[in-house]
Design a protein around this ligand. Structure first.
Ligand code: AMP
Ligand code: ZN
Length: 680
C-alpha cells in the first residue's frame, strides 16, 4: 500500500509535520490532560505516519512517535555514569523535625527565611533523562546514585516521556529527573492478571514500577501502565531559570509532565497545611505517595547549602505515617457473601497502619493466598490503600518458625454447613444452599442499600433482628411486613414512630425504576451499570426473565459470563418465588412502554450529570433522559455522549475534558429537552 507521496522530499515534510502534530497531542493528553482530538483521530495520525515510514524507511528517526514500540530484549543493561549524582533525601517524621531542618537551612544559607516548593513524594523509582538538541538520548535508573542502568528503550514506551521537546529555547544538553510510577488501578489489575496466570505478585505499586522498568524485554515494559512526574532539573548546559518553581513551569512548557498538585509555600505553616491536606487526601489520589518533598525554591540557596553525604540540605522528605506495617496473621476466617461467595479474611494481631488500628484484612480468594504463599501464623505485611478494607500483601518469609500452617479452603459453608463448590474458571467458592441464612442476610443488606431499592432505616441490625424473629427470609418478605406490624413492634428497641417510618420507606421503594430493582436482585456479576443496560434493553422484568441466553449475550457490553449468570438467575426456583412476592406486592417491574421509549429522540445517547441543577433534581433529570430513550449514567466513560454540568461540578468534568466529551450547561440541556417536546 502506498503512503500518498510521490517523492521522498514531500514525504519527509509530511512526516515531520505529523510528528510534531502527534507530539502536540501527546502533550495535550498526557501532560495537560486537555485532549483536543478523539482517540480515533489520534490513531489516524499515527496510521498516516506509519504508512510513510514503511514506504520510506530511511525517514524513520529514533524519536519518531512510532518508535515507542518496544524493541528486542537485552542480555544486560549498559551502565550510565551520572554526571551529577542522584541523591537521596533526609526525612522529617513530624513538624518539629521539619522546623529543625528549616532553621538550620536559614542559618547555613544566611537568610531570614525562604520560599519552598512542596511536592508529592511519589512512590516509584527515580530516573534521569538526558536530552540533546531537544531529543531524548538516554534514560537511566538511579542505581547507587553515581551509576545507574541504561533503560532508554524501556522508558521510551512510557507515553508521557517526551521523545522530543517543544519550543525554541530548549537548552542544547540537559538532564531532568522524575519518578516513574504505576497508578494504583493499573497495579491492582496487573496483580489480578499475574494471580490468574499463577505468577508471583508484586508487593506494592513501587515494586511493580521498578520491576517493569528493569525488564530485560521492553515489550513487557510496554504492556505495563507506567507514568512519570518530572520533579527536577538535574544539570543543564545553557541558561535556565534560577527558581525551582519557575523551572518546573519551564519544563512543563517543554513537554514534561509536572505534578499539578505542586504548590509554592512561603511559610512552614503553609507547608503544614499541605501535609494535613494530603495525609488523608492521599487515598483519593490515583498514585501512591508516602509523604511530601519540601524544597527550597531559590537555586542560590541550593548552591550555598550543598549536601551532607548523600542527602541535600536544601530539601527534605516530610513523611506520612506509613500505609504498610508488619504483624502476625492469627487466623484465616470466612464470611459468606450475597451470592454465596465464601470470602476469606485475615484476623490480625492489631497493628497501626496509616494512623488507624487494623485487626482484619481481606485476602481476596484462595488463589491469591496460594500464590502469595500466606500461612496462618506468618508475619505478614499489611497494606492500607485508603478508606477500603486493608489487605494482606504477603508473608515475611524470613521470620518463619516452622509452626505456620498452610491455608485449607473450607469444604462446607461456615454459616450453614451446606455444600461448597468451586465452579470451573472461577476464583471463588460458593455455598449452594438456597436457604443459607448468611446469603439471605447479605442479599437483604444489598437490596435495601442506597444504590438499590434505597430503603432508609433498615440497617444491618434490624435485618438481623427481622431474620432472627422469622419475619423475613428474603427481600420479597419486606413488602409484607406491613401486615405483621404488631410483631415488628415487639422487636426490642423498636417503637411505633420508627416502625412506621420503615414501613413507609418500604412502600416508597416500590416505585424505584427498573434498573435499581434489577441491581437489587443481587445477580452475580450484575452491578449498577449492567443493570441499567438490562433495564434499557428489556424494559421489564417479564421480558428479561423470558429472554434467551442468546438475546442477553447479544447486548453490547454484556459478556458471556454475565449473560449466563443473568439467564441462570431467572431459572432458579427460589428467585422466581421472590419475584412473585415482589410482583404481588406491587413493586415496579417495568413495562413494555419503556421499551418503546428506546426509539425516542435521545436513542442510545448516554448522558451523565455533574453538579446540581437549578430547575430540577438529579433524578428528575435522569428520568426525563430515560423517557426520551436515552441512558442516564452516573460515571463518565469514553462512551458518554454528553456531560450536563450544573453548579459546583465534581471531578466528572475533568474526566469528560480528558476524554474530549462535549458538555452541556443546564440551559443547553433544557433546550435539548424542549426541542423534543418536553415542557420544562
Ligand atoms: P529516598 O530514596 O526515600 O530517601 O527518597 C529520595 C527519592 O524520592 C528520590 O530518589 C526520588 O526517587 C523520590 N521522589 C519522589 N517524588 C519526589 C519529588 N517530588 N522530588 C524529589 N524526589 C522525589
Ligand atoms: Zn451457607
Amino acid at each position: 500500500m502506498g503512503c500518498g507521496y510521490d517523492n521522498v522530499y514531500q514525504a519527509r515534510l509530511a512526516a515531520e509535520e505529523l510528528r510534531s502534530e502527534i507530539n502536540r497531542h501527546d502533550y495535550l493528553y498526557y501532560v495537560l490532560n486537555q485532549p483536543e482530538i478523539s482517540d480515533a483521530e489520534y490513531d489516524e495520525l499515527m496510521r498516516k505516519l506509519r504508512a510513510i515510514e514503511e514506504h520510506y524507511p530511511e525517514l524513520v528517526t529514533p524519536e519518531s512517535p512510532t518508535q515507542r514500540v518496544p524493541g528486542q530484549p537485552v542480555e544486560t543493561f549498559g551502565v550510565v555514569e551520572h554526571r551529577v549524582p542522584l541523591l537521596s533525601l533526609a526525612n522529617a517524621f513530624n513538624f518539629e523535625e521539619l522546623r529543625a531542618w528549616y532553621r538550620r537551612a536559614c542559618v547555613l544559607g544566611e537568610v531570614e527565611g525562604f520560599d519552598m516548593v512542596v511536592e508529592h513524594k511519589i512512590d516509584g523509582l527515580s530516573v534521569a533523562l538526558v536530552y540533546e538538541d531537544g531529543r531524548l538520548v538516554q534514560g537511566a535508573t538511579r542505581g547507587d546514585g553515581l551509576r545507574g542502568e541504561n533503560v532508554t528503550e524501556n522508558l521510551k514506551t512510557i507515553r508521557s516521556i517526551p521523545l522530543f521537546l517543544r519550543g525554541n529555547d530548549v537548552p542544547p544538553r540537559f538532564e531532568v529527573r522524575g519518578e516513574v510510577y504505576m497508578p494504583k488501578d493499573a497495579f491492582e489489575k496487573l496483580n489480578e492478571e499475574l494471580a490468574a496466570r499463577g505468577q508471583k505478585l508484586f508487593m506494592n505499586p513501587r515494586n511493580a514500577a521498578a520491576g517493569s522498568v528493569r525488564q530485560k524485554d521492553p515489550r513487557v515494559t510496554a504492556s505495563r501502565k507506567l507514568d512519570i512526574f518530572v520533579y527536577q532539573l538535574g544539570w543543564c548546559d545553557g541558561p535556565h531559570p534560577r527558581k525551582h518553581w519557575d523551572i518546573l513551569q519551564w519544563l512543563q512548557e517543554m513537554g514534561f509532565r509536572i505534578n499539578p498538585n505542586n504548590v509554592l509555600c512561603h511559610t512552614l505553616e503553609e507547608v503544614q497545611q499541605q501535609w494535613e491536606r494530603w495525609v488523608e487526601g492521599r487515598y483519593q489520589l490515583p498514585y501512591e505517595i508516602d509523604g511530601l518533598v519540601v524544597k527550597a525554591n531559590d537555586l542560590d540557596i541550593w548552591d550555598r547549602l550543598g549536601a551532607v553525604g548523600r542527602e541535600p540540605r536544601w530539601a527534605i522528605a516530610y513523611k506520612f505515617p506509613p500505609v504498610e506495617a508488619t504483624t502476625r496473621l492469627l487466623d484465616i476466617r470466612h464470611n459468606v457473601g450475597r451470592t454465596g461467595t465464601i470470602n476469606p479474611y485475615a484476623v490480625l494481631e492489631p497493628v497501626k497502619v496509616g494512623g488507624v488500628i487494623v485487626k482484619q484484612a481481606t485476602l481476596h480468594n484462595e488463589d491469591i493466598i496460594k500464590s502469595r504463599d500466606i500461612r496462618i501464623g506468618d508475619w505478614v505485611v499489611v497494606h492500607r490503600a485508603g478508606e477500603v478494607i486493608p489487605q494482606v500483601v504477603g508473608p515475611v518469609v524470613g521470620r518463619r518458625t516452622g509452626e505456620e500452617r498452610p491455608y485449607e479452603p473450607p469444604t462446607s459453608c461456615p454459616a450453614c454447613g451446606g455444600e461448597v463448590v468451586r465452579p470451573p474458571g472461577e476464583a471463588m467458592r460458593y455455598c449452594i444452599n438456597p436457604s443459607c441464612p448468611a446469603q439471605a442476610f447479605r442479599w437483604l443488606t444489598h437490596f435495601v442499600q442506597r444504590a438499590a431499592m434505597d430503603i432508609d432505616g433498615l440497617g444491618e441490625k434490624w435485618i438481623e433482628a427481622l431474620m432472627r424473629e422469622g419475619l423475613v427470609e428474603d427481600p420479597g418478605d419486606l413488602y409484607y411486613l406491613r401486615e405483621k406490624r404488631d410483631r415488628l413492634l415487639s422487636l426490642e428497641r423498636m417503637g411505633p414512630t420508627l416502625a412506621d417510618k420503615i414501613l413507609r420507606n418500604i412502600e416508597e421503594s416500590k416505585k424505584r425504576p427498573l434498573d435499581r430493582l434489577i441491581f437489587a436482585l443481587g445477580i452475580r456479576h450484575v452491578g449498577s451499570e449492567v443493570a441499567e443496560l438490562l433495564a434499557y434493553e428489556f424494559g421489564s422484568i417479564d421480558r428479561l426473565s423470558q429472554a434467551s441466553l442468546e438475546e442477553i449475550s447479544r447486548i453490547p457490553g454484556i459478556g458471556p459470563k454475565i449473560a449466563e449468570s443473568v439467564y441462570q438467575w431467572f431459572r432458579n426456583e427460589r428467585n422466581r418465588k421472590v419475584l412473585e412476592k415482589l410482583r404481588r406486592a406491587g413493586v415496579n417491574m417495568g413495562d413494555a412502554a419503556s421499551k418503546e421509549a428506546k426509539d425516542g429522540p435521545l436513542k442510545s445517547k448516554v448522558i451523565v450529570f455533574t453538579g446540581s441543577l437549578k430547575s430540577m433534581t438529579r433524578s428528575q433529570a435522569q428520568e426525563l433522559v430515560r423517557r426520551l430513550g436515552g441512558m442516564a449514567k452516573d460515571t463518565v466513560t469514553r462512551n458518554t455522549d454528553y456531560l450536563v454540568v450544573g453548579e459546583d461540578p465534581g471531578s466528572k468534568l475533568a474526566q469528560a475534558q480528558r476524554y474530549g466529551i462535549p458538555t452541556l450547561s443546564e440551559e443547553e440541556f433544557l433546550d435539548l429537552l424542549r426541542r423534543h417536546g418536553v415542557e420544562v
